[in-house]
Design a protein around this ligand. Structure first.
Ligand SMILES: [Zn+2]
Length: 120
């Protein structure tokens, strides 16, 4: 696979005790996940759990607009009203626990709430 540093990965894997079966299943699952846009990051993700390795698909402007209308411009967290460009799309159910990047799983938070949620 392109973009993978195999020598480095091998060294990291061999120092951890992985269940080969479980690992294989996880790789197949991530390969088939449409929200994973960077398949070459799967191995690194399995090592360090960093979601950014996978470039999880972002919500489209259409999904964002739809959620905005559904919420009538109200932030899902602090319940205040914002303009659409003051808000950010967020997974209601996090991708990590099976949430998808689709309209049903999209909510808008104001930038402050989104930042607080992410713990950044
Ligand atoms: Zn808010």
């Amino acid at each position: 696979m392109k973009g993978v540093n195999w020598g480095n990965l091998y060294n990291q894997f061999k120092n951890k005790s992985f269940d080969a079966n479980k690992l294989e299943k996880e790789i197949v699952r991530l390969m088939q996940d449409e929200d994973v846009t960077k398949k070459s990051g799967i191995y690194e993700y399995l090592l360090d759990g960093e979601e950014k390795r996978l470039n999880i698909r972002a919500f489209t402007p259409n999904m964002k607009r739809e959620a905005y209308e559904k919420q009538k411009g109200i932030c899902a967290k602090c319940r205040k009203h914002f303009a659409i460009d003051e808000m950010e799309a967020d997974h209601i159910k996090p991708w990590r626990i099976g949430g998808k990047t689709n309209a049903e799983n999209c909510q808008l938070l104001c930038k402050d709430c989104n930042r607080r949620k992410a713990g950044r």
